[in-house]
Design a protein around this ligand. Structure first.
Ligand code: NI
Length: 254
């Protein structure tokens, strides 16, 4: 049996405060071999690194999420980016654009997105990209900047997926693919070359059916793998094996 690689989770989230250690210790017996924990600002990026130090299966992404830019100082940025030299920091993320919440002005979001992409490129690291209701600007920036990385929780059309694939990037799919009315995402799961697909939770969010609405964790990726396997007429184990290989390749994990 191949081990699951959860390419996007937030175990620093306070929804894991009561049982974080038990949940994470149980991962290997639940089929999960690797987790990328993504920070969203300085504090959670530090927690990502500390989780990666405590648990062999956890790797860290550090960076500033578009919803968490308000009040960030240059000192915060420097302290956060210094974490990238840690041996278990494997990506800059999560970074991107969020025009649904618009928590910061769009020109500010774009400037941080571009700055962090350029940082990742200078370190030869991949980026973990968040795009909510900002498909056009996200694509424009990715086309101009050309980072390696993954577009996480992909919510765009097949046409946009094709553009992302042309850039050599990976596409992350999670619980949404199991939802009713997820027609667009199912189409993407159908057409995407298997060697560009990553599985993810976005835990504690985005639980797949039959746990929709409950707290998510990496073991529930089994339901996502099963759904994608069904869509593509292959075995869930094969989906897990290939996607884990993809994530290890992208994040440089042996
Ligand atoms: Ni996330």
């Amino acid at each position: 049996m191949a081990m699951i690689f959860d390419s996007h989770a937030h175990y620093h989230d306070n929804r894991f405060d009561s049982d974080r250690d038990a949940v994470l210790r149980a991962m290997p017996e639940n089929g999960v071999g690797y987790i990328l924990n993504c920070g969203t600002e300085l504090a959670s990026s530090r927690l990502s690194i500390s989780l990666a130090e405590q648990y062999p299966l956890i790797y860290a992404a550090v960076g500033f999420h578009p919803e968490d830019l308000e009040g960030v100082t240059e000192q915060d940025a420097e302290a956060c980016f210094a974490l990238l030299s840690h041996e278990k920091a494997v990506a800059v993320g999560e970074i991107g654009l969020d025009y649904y919440w618009d928590a910061s002005p769009r020109d500010v979001q774009k400037a941080w997105f571009i700055r962090q992409i350029r940082l990742a490129k200078s370190l030869d690291m991949p980026v973990v990209v968040h795009d909510r209701d900002a498909h056009e600007d996200t694509l424009t920036i990715l086309k101009e900047e050309r980072p390696k990385g993954v577009l996480h929780a992909f919510s765009g059309s097949v046409e946009m997926a094709k553009e992302i694939l042309k850039l050599g990037m990976y596409i992350g799919l999670g619980g949404v693919v199991t939802f009713k009315n997820a027609r667009k995402t199912v189409e993407v799961a159908e057409m995407i070359p298997l060697d560009r697909l990553l599985l993810e939770t976005d835990a504690p969010y985005m639980s797949p059916v039959p746990y929709r609405g409950q707290r998510n964790d990496s073991a529930k990726i089994a339901f996502v793998a099963e759904k994608i396997a069904e869509i593509r007429s292959m075995s869930a184990d094969e989906v897990i094996e290939v996607t884990t290989g993809n994530a290890k390749r992208l994040f440089g994990i042996a």
